[in-house]
Design a protein around this ligand. Structure first.
Ligand code: F6R
Length: 606
């Protein structure tokens, strides 16, 4: 995450930076910092903690200047202290940078820079950028940034300024950047709301874009230095719409944020060259004999996918519990238990109490958590952050797919460490995981979304729905049913496909839509047999099929095609289609999807 603001013009830059950063604090609040100058000098001030710490100091001793860059941090590399706060400067203070993202090859770059005489002040990956730009600088700041970026691998939104130049150079790959175009002034930010008080004319930069901002204009190129044209869009959103990024609802915005959220979950953790996963946790993978996964609601379903993945790939016995049951059932826990709690908010009281219960029994504890600094993270031995960014829609979407991706990595890490996965198998899965942001982007292609909307509207007046899935996608069916019932209020059951004949089959008649997750898998034929059982009883089959599976399309009334994915990562891709099915059903019925009745985003009561 992290938020960036940049300004060049006639106003006092400090004011623009602080007001913009205040709108971006949702992107992180581990520290904040600004660099302000005028083209002949630059002063830096940065402070650990919330923006208020910095803005308080700046109110007492302001930094004067009409050019500046500012940052609010969500720490990834290095503690959230003053030194690791951005901006980062070269040793002589002449070049100052701010970075959002992760430089995946920073360690090898840093070693090289140190060997060539550079001294580092912080533990961040970002500081390498300042030194690389310094090395490449020969009087042209834009060119130096371009050459430096040619050496880095990873994600970045970067803004750079140099004491001798009245300009800001910026670039992005993966991490967002939008430019605001004013009269005799220019702006940059990670997100539109930071700039709306100043301009509504915005240029959305694309991956691989570089831009140079001057007082009276800008120039965009690609990373090869070739000029690029981008339109100036006039944004007429009101403040609330701006926070929703132009989408009608937070939920839809968050569904569309999934490629970015997944990139943030995976980035810097998967190493293709060695087939290794680096989770940056202190846990000894040999120090336990069984795993208890504990969570509530959607997070619980992510845990069920986790169970399947860990047992398959790492051959460790796993049990999964609903937290409200675990905490009262006197669970058998020992020092050889690893308790994994899963939570978006990190505050859900049942999960927090279950964590305490596991600790009482001597378990080691690991959290798969989104919210930084939340109550659970303060009590866990280790936290595997999913970095999905803030989730505001009450129905969880991007946190779910990021949690499942975190379990893919955890299972891979355990499998490698415990010798149940060889390098070839690991590389194969690692490659499949790396593909997830792209596959989810494809799953959100307009023609697919339109088809899901058509199907949702066709069945929106059904009284009940049944969702079926098998193996690693049984929890996809459970989660699909939960999404539908919580935002559309249609009664929905999620079942393991093979279990249908033991009861729910009695519900099937011509009025019952049955969603069957039947994407490519080693159990696909068995799932298709279950589809036949539904059809034999006149049920309406909505099949989720892998692209190109026209053979099985014959058995369905309606088909939702999803991009082909490795079976072990397919729950991530499949969940997206079911989120959209629930979404369009609810909107067809006129429901308030962001605030479904009776629900709360963070459940801190029993
Ligand atoms: C459903 C949903 C809830 C949460 C559950 C746990 O869409 O969001 O079921 O998953 O309340 O919340 P966290 O993950 O914050 O512990």
């Amino acid at each position: 995450m992290c938020g960036i603001v940049g300004y060049i013009g006639t106003r006092q830059a400090q004011d623009v930076l602080i007001s913009g950063l205040a709108k971006l604090e949702y992107r992180g609040y581990d520290s904040a910092g600004v660099a302000v100058g005028d083209g002949a000098c630059i002063a830096v001030k940065k402070k650990a903690g919330k923006l208020a710490n910095l803005s308080g100091e700046l109110a007492e001793s302001p930094l004067a200047g009409t050019l500046g860059i500012g940052h609010t941090r969500w720490a990834t590399h290095g503690l959230p202290n003053d030194t690791n706060a951005h901006p980062h400067a070269t040793e002589d203070g002449r070049i100052v940078i701010i970075h959002n993202g992760i430089i995946e090859n920073y360690l090898s770059l840093k070693e090289g820079l140190i060997a060539r005489g550079h001294t580092f002040k912080s533990e961040t990956d970002s500081e390498v950028l300042a030194h690389l730009i310094e090395e490449a600088y020969a009087g042209d700041l834009y060119e130096a940034v371009r050459v430096a970026l040619g050496q880095v691998r990873g994600a970045y939104g970067i803004v750079v300024t140099h004491v001798d130049h009245r300009e800001i150079v910026a670039a992005r790959t993966v991490s967002p950047l939008v430019m605001g175009v004013g009269e005799g002034e220019m702006f940059l930010a990670s997100d539109v709301p930071a700039l709306l008080a100043y301009t509504r004319n915005m240029v959305f930069l694309h991956d691989g874009d570089m831009v140079v901002l001057h007082d009276d204009g800008f120039r965009i190129t690609d990373l090869a230095g070739q000029p690029v044209e981008r339109p100036i869009d006039h944004i007429d959103w009101d403040a609330e719409a701006a926070e929703k990024g132009g989408f009608d609802t937070y939920m839809l915005k968050e569904i569309y944020e999934q490629p970015q959220a997944l990139t943030n979950t995976l980035i810097g953790r998967l190493h293709d060259d060695t087939g290794e996963v680096n989770l940056d946790i202190g846990l000894d993978p040999q120090s336990f004999k069984r795993i208890s996964i504990i969570a509530c609601g959607t997070a619980y379903y992510a845990g069920l996918v986790g169970e399947y993945l860990i047992e398959q790939l790492a051959r460790i016995p796993v049990e999964v519990d609903v937290a409200s049951e675990y905490r009262y059932r006197n669970p058998i826990v020992s020092e050889q238990t690893l308790a994994v709690v899963v939570s978006q908010s990190g505050e859900t009281i049942d999960t927090l109490e279950a964590l305490r219960e596991a600790k009482k029994g001597g378990a080691k504890t690991l959290g798969v958590i989104n919210a930084k600094g939340s109550s659970m993270t303060r009590e866990l031995d280790d936290t595997l952050y999913i970095h999905a960014g803030p989730e505001i829609g009450v129905a969880s979407t991007k946190a779910y797919t990021s949690m499942v991706s975190a379990f893919v990595m955890l299972a891979l890490w355990l499998g490698r460490a415990r010798g149940t996965l060889d390098e070839t198998q690991a590389r194969d899965l690692l490659h499949a995981a790396r593909e997830l942001p792209r596959l989810v982007e494809e799953a959100l292609a307009p023609e697919r979304v339109e088809q899901i909307k058509r199907v949702a509207e066709k069945y929106a007046h059904a009284r009940d729905y049944l969702f079926l899935g098998r193996g690693v996608n049984a929890p996809t069916a459970f989660e699909g049913a939960l999404k539908l019932k919580e935002i559309s209020y249609i009664h929905a059951e999620g079942y393991a496909a093979g279990e249908m004949k033991h009861g729910p089959i009695a519900l099937i008649d011509a009025n019952l839509p049955v969603v069957v997750v039947a994407t490519e898998s080693r159990l696909l034929e068995k799932t298709i047999s279950n589809v036949q059982e539904v059809r034999a009883r006149s049920g309406q089959v909505i099949a989720l099929l892998s692209d190109g599976d026209t053979e099985n399309a014959r058995h369905a009334d309606d088909v939702l095609y999803v991009p082909r994915a490795h079976e072990m990562v397919s729950p991530v891709v499949n969940a997206v289609a079911l989120q959209l099915l629930a979404y369009f059903t609810a909107t067809a019925l006129g429901k308030d999807v962001d605030k479904p009745r009776n629900l709360a985003k963070s459940v801190t009561v029993e």
